[in-house]
Ligand binder design. Structure first.
Ligand SMILES: O=C(O)CCC(=O)C(=O)O
Ligand SMILES: [Fe+2]
Length: 213
């Protein structure tokens, strides 16, 4: 099914079924991406989050930060998060993502993978607060890393390399049928930042649906 978004209609859907995945390589040219990488690294309020796993708290293998409009509460890794206010570095990135996706975003989850030992476990971004078929815009800066999608029933995998300045858009029914992970790798020594712009459409009133990641 073609995308309902005219700007994305020219792009190939990388998901063979049950959802939409669009990659816009080098969405930001090198010098612009370099500037953002440096600023985000320095200026975001990076923290080690803890998740509750099998009865104990363990640190997640990456640093995280959550920004957004004041009412954009979000529950991830099983914990409620109040957003920090938008920063001057994040605002233009949000506007650019909104222009391409033709929808507003009221929040962004930032992840910093310090090196190849940092990772994100298999999950779907299917929290209730995101609504039934969320469109998520994911910007990558820094080291190239592999994002692996696995279809829930067929076990088909789709692997996408995400590089400095790339924009990946996840949309349609993708989060119902596919899970994704950012595996650890021995090859990578440098840091990568990922920003996922999201639209929170309701406040959390029940436990998050996602598996620990
Ligand atoms: O780092 C990435 O590219 C993936 C991030 C992700 O899946 C998430 O924040 O939900
Ligand atoms: Fe995700």
């Amino acid at each position: 099914m073609p995308s309902s978004n005219a700007l994305l209609a020219n792009h190939q859907n990388l998901a063979p079924r049950d959802g939409e995945l669009f990659l816009l390589p080098a969405f930001y040219p090198l010098v612009v991406a370099d500037k953002y990488l440096q600023k985000l690294m320095q200026n975001l309020a990076w923290q080690t989050e803890q998740i509750h796993l099998y009865g104990r708290w363990v640190p997640v293998p990456r640093l995280m930060a959550w920004y957004g409009d004041p009412d954009a509460d979000y529950r991830y890794s099983g914990v409620d998060h109040q957003p920090l206010p938008w920063t001057t570095d994040l605002q233009p990135l949000r506007s650019d993502a909104e222009a391409v996706c033709q929808q507003p975003f009221n929040s962004v989850l930032a992840n910093l993978y310090r090196n190849g030992r940092d990772s994100m476990g298999c999950h779907a971004d299917n929290e209730k607060e995101l609504g039934p078929n969320p469109l998520i815009a994911s910007l990558s800066f820094g080291e190239t890393r592999l994002l692996r999608f696995r279809h829930a029933h067929s076990r088909t995998t789709v692997e996408i390399e995400l590089s400095h300045g790339d924009l990946l858009i996840m949309a349609g029914e993708l989060q119902h049928h596919w899970r994704h992970e950012l595996p650890k790798t021995r090859q990578v020594k440098q840091a990568r930042i990922n920003l996922t712009f999201r639209r929170i459409v309701s406040t959390p009133n029940s436990p998050g649906l996602s598996a620990a990641r």
